[in-house]
Design a binder for this molecule. Structure first.
Ligand SMILES: *Cc1c(COP(=O)(O)O)cnc(C)c1O
Length: 396
């Protein structure tokens, strides 16, 4: 029995699926993991086969058994028709935008978007003649008022980067499809385990696989998964641009997926524990975590999402003139929490959040915004570390 087509697998639980999707051991001598194929040239048996390209693999940039295994795993998790691999999470945003947008088109981008996406839109996309407009993450069905005759794409991200706003994805996709507009979603925070965008009407699901799929802060890679309607254009763009996933990185991301379910459970539990604890503190103005009932987007999160990952933010209470100094004192006093970008690895991180590029959801006025990534360490140790940070902030 070809394991990846086993009907039992389609109905299996998350962790069972993560353990068996992607590679079929019977297709490669029984080895549990796929081979790492380093390739440019693929030989054809004769000229006729070459002329018709009538064999599965034709060239290293197109596909290899390694990249196929990872793409297949993503298609199973996302319910997509096809997945492309790209060299970073940012490329997983820019490549589909280049695939679907043309000069003269109008694109609606959520204001709480991953900041480098905004840079791409405001520089290269604008130069190529695409009209960019940012919208409020909590706009919901109200997005209809922003649609113009040339609106071609709506980009969503929920929760939003750093400020964590939830979006009413079903309401937005319903409006978009009535106007024949493509909806893309950056689903990095939830992973396909906690939210499946295509089930909610999204056409294209984007991941920085750099984050939870990798899980160990040692790979940068992205994936883009499209439904049947929008897959051909995405695949065409990948071929036209000459973009491909590296074999070793593809292998490592597939390896990371095997344990992503159990890691996420731990991230979720620890992050919620710490978020709840932070909420009780006098030196914290607000905790921005969608799974907290106090969070404005909580009802949407509860309705649509199956879980919460380990990244959230909080506002360190401070007067405007002391906010930066308090944030620096807090961050500089931490030991287990590293000061560094990205997230999704095994180790905890804390970063000061800069919202100077926002036009709608601007920086808080009640203190300094700090984003935490809760790693796999023991919660008691992380709380002790944060206590030291708060004491340092209080001394400012
Ligand atoms: C990190 C991140 C990206 C970009 O991923 P890189 O691999 O670092 O380029 C994209 N979207 C979101 C939401 C992210 O957090």
């Amino acid at each position: 029995m070809k394991k990846t087509q086993d009907p039992l697998l389609a109905e299996a639980g998350t962790n069972t699926r993560l353990a068996h999707i992607g590679h079929d051991p019977s297709g490669y001598h029984g080895f549990v993991n796929p081979p790492v194929v380093h390739a440019s040239t693929v030989l054809f048996p004769n000229s006729s086969t070459m002329e018709k390209r009538s064999q599965k693999y034709t060239y290293g940039t197109r596909a290899t058994p390694t990249t196929d295994a990872l793409c297949q795993a993503f298609d199973e998790l996302e319910g997509s028709a096809g997945t492309i691999l790209v060299p970073s999470g940012l490329a997983a945003i820019s490549v589909p935008f280049l695939a679907y947008l043309s000069s003269g088109d109008h694109a609606l981008i959520v204001d709480s978007v991953y900041a480098p996406c905004r840079h791409f839109c405001n520089t290269m996309l604008t130069r190529l003649g695409v009209e960019i407009e940012y919208y409020d993450p909590e706009i919901g069905a109200g997005i209809e008022a922003l649609i113009k005759p040339n609106t071609r794409l709506i980009h969503t991200e929920a929760p939003g980067s750093n400020t964590m706003e939830m979006q009413d994805i079903p309401a937005i996709t319903e409006v978009a499809h009535r106007h024949d507009i493509i909806v893309t979603m950056d689903n990095t925070w939830a992973t396909p385990l906690f939210f499946k965008p295509l089930d909610f009407g999204v056409d294209v699901s984007i991941h920085a696989t750099t984050k939870y799929p990798s899980g160990h802060s040692d790979i940068v890679m992205g994936s883009v998964s499209a439904n049947a309607k929008h897959w051909p254009k995405l695949e065409e763009a990948r071929i036209t641009l000459g973009i491909c996933g590296a074999p070793d990185d593809s292998y490592m991301i597939l390896r990371g997926l095997r344990t992503m379910g159990v890691r996420l459970e731990h991230h979720q539990k620890s992050a919620l524990d710490i978020a709840t604890w932070l909420e009780t503190r006098d030196d914290v103005a607000r905790v921005l975590h969608p799974a907290l009932p106090s969070f404005p987007g909580h009802a949407i999160w509860k309705r649509d999402f199956k879980g919460a990952s380990g990244v959230f933010s909080f506002v360190l209470k401070a007067d405007a003139e002391k906010a930066k100094a308090k944030a620096h004192a807090f961050l500089d006093a931490l030991s287990f929490f590293g000061l560094g970008y990205s997230w999704g690895g095994y180790e905890s991180l804390a970063v000061p959040v800069n919202l100077s590029d926002r036009t709608i959801r601007t920086a808080p006025t009640d203190g300094a915004l700090i984003r935490l990534q809760i790693g796999l360490e023991d919660v008691a140790d992380l709380k002790k570390d944060l206590e030291i940070g708060f004491a340092a902030a209080a001394a400012v």
